[in-house]
Design a protein around this ligand. Structure first.
Ligand code: NAD
Length: 362
């Protein structure tokens, strides 16, 4: 088994270092090889996703990714910006299914901006289609309008599109995931306005007939955004397109209190995956040693479960994380009165210690 380790920029390097220490503690036999990506790769090689990094990622069974980006690159031409590395990896590895669990840990109920009764016990899974929709649709660009409200004026445009196979495969992923949970899928669309999402809704409904044991309902995206803050526990598996999923998964992340707690997995048809925290490179706290490494550590657990077939090792990491939270250890983003504030490294140390202790005591 080979893991490509791509720490990236900002807090990426700090949090990935802790995830690697946790993986090393498990005493499993896999090879790990690191490469530059994002702004760090641009500085060294003039491109955010150098050929050598892409080759390493393609050849690995899984990619452990930190985060990329910094505001200082915002003036670069789009193709050279750090964030293009993620889009390039998704496209080249065919990572079409993004899994973002939003779980509210019992000990962190108070960290959410929602009332405790709304989010206690929350455990939802957002499945976002990742390689289609308006983010990849062609044509796109700028031109002089020939029609519309202001003919002759400068305009910009993107193209929203989905093909039947793209919708079918993400729908299958969602129904199969639901079978392992409470057998409910909510498909989120905007079928009342967009042709693309009427097509989406029709196909998800068709695929749903192959899963009679799974309950399917449909919701418009504006209502879904509202229901996520009104009654989030009503959801179980949510499946949606690339752009709606981008927005709703960040909203769901905040229900749990901190984006620093949320892992994610992006998988292709062969179960090869890229695993990364749901947050960005957090330039505002980079280098300060205060970032929460738990989302990345939990992403490593997802990697062991989904791509490396090591469910027991994944369980060990997840129970170690629960253990350190129960001990009252908190990084600044999840800290509250009565708990102990720790830095990135100390949090990593605590997870390593919890795994080691459990191994000794059984
Ligand atoms: P961000 O997620 O980096 O940060 C948002 C806020 O959350 C900041 O206040 C930050 O300090 C905090 N935060 C994020 N992760 C944290 C953690 N682990 N522990 C504690 N606090 C944490 O989003 P942003 O500020 O909008 O973007 C910063 C850069 O990251 C941009 O260049 C953006 O393009 C990039 N970005 C990258 C990815 C990725 O690599 N997948 C995703 C989103 C944003």
């Amino acid at each position: 088994m080979k893991i490509a380790v791509l720490p990236g920029d900002g807090i990426g390097t700090e949090i990935v270092a802790e995830a690697i220490r946790v993986l090393d503690t498990l005493d499993l036999s896999f090879e790990m090889e690191s490469a530059l990506v994002g702004g760090a790769a641009y500085e060294a090689h003039g491109h955010p996703l150098p050929e050598a990094t892409l080759k390493l990622a393609k050849e690995a069974d899984a990619v452990l990714f930190g985060a990329v980006g910094d505001w200082k690159y915002d003036r670069l031409e789009r193709s050279l910006r750090p964030e293009q590395a993620i889009l390039g990896l998704r496209k080249n590895l065919g990572l079409f299914a993004n899994f973002r669990p939003a779980i509210c840990y019992e000990q962190l109920v108070g960290a959410s901006s929602l009332k405790p009764e709304l989010i206690a016990g929350l455990d939802i899974l957002i499945i976002r289609e990742l390689t289609g929709d308006i983010y990849f649709g062609q044509p796109r660009g700028r031109r002089i309008a020939v029609d519309g409200h202001f003919p002759g004026a400068e305009e910009a445009f993107d193209t929203m599109r989905y093909s039947r196979p793209e919708v079918e495969r993400i729908a299958h992923v969602a129904f199969q995931a639901a079978r392992k949970r409470s057998k409910r899928v909510t498909s989120v669309d905007k079928a009342n306005v967009l042709e693309t999402f009427q097509f989406w809704k029709d196909i998800v409904t068709e695929v749903g007939k192959e899963y009679p044991d799974v309950e399917l309902d449909h919701m418009y995206v504006d209502n879904a955004a509202m229901q996520l803050v009104k009654a989030p526990k009503k959801f179980d598996v949510v499946v949606t397109g690339n752009m709606f999923g981008d927005i709703l998964s960040d909203e769901a992340a905040m229900l749990t209190g901190s984006i620093g707690m949320l892992p994610s997995a992006s998988l292709n048809a062969g179960n090869q995956g890229l695993y990364e925290p749901s947050h960005g490179s957090a330039p505002d706290i980079a280098g300060k040693g205060v970032a929460n490494p738990l989302a990345t550590i939990l992403s490593a657990a997802m990697m062991l479960r989904f791509s490396l077939n090591q469910p027991d090792a994944a369980d060990r990491i997840e129970s170690a994380v629960k253990h350190v939270l129960a001990q009252g250890l908190r990084t600044a983003d999840i800290w509250s009165a009565g708990t102990t504030k720790v830095g990135t490294r100390e949090m990593g140390d605590a997870v390593v210690a919890a795994i080691t202790k459990k191994a000794i005591t059984g």
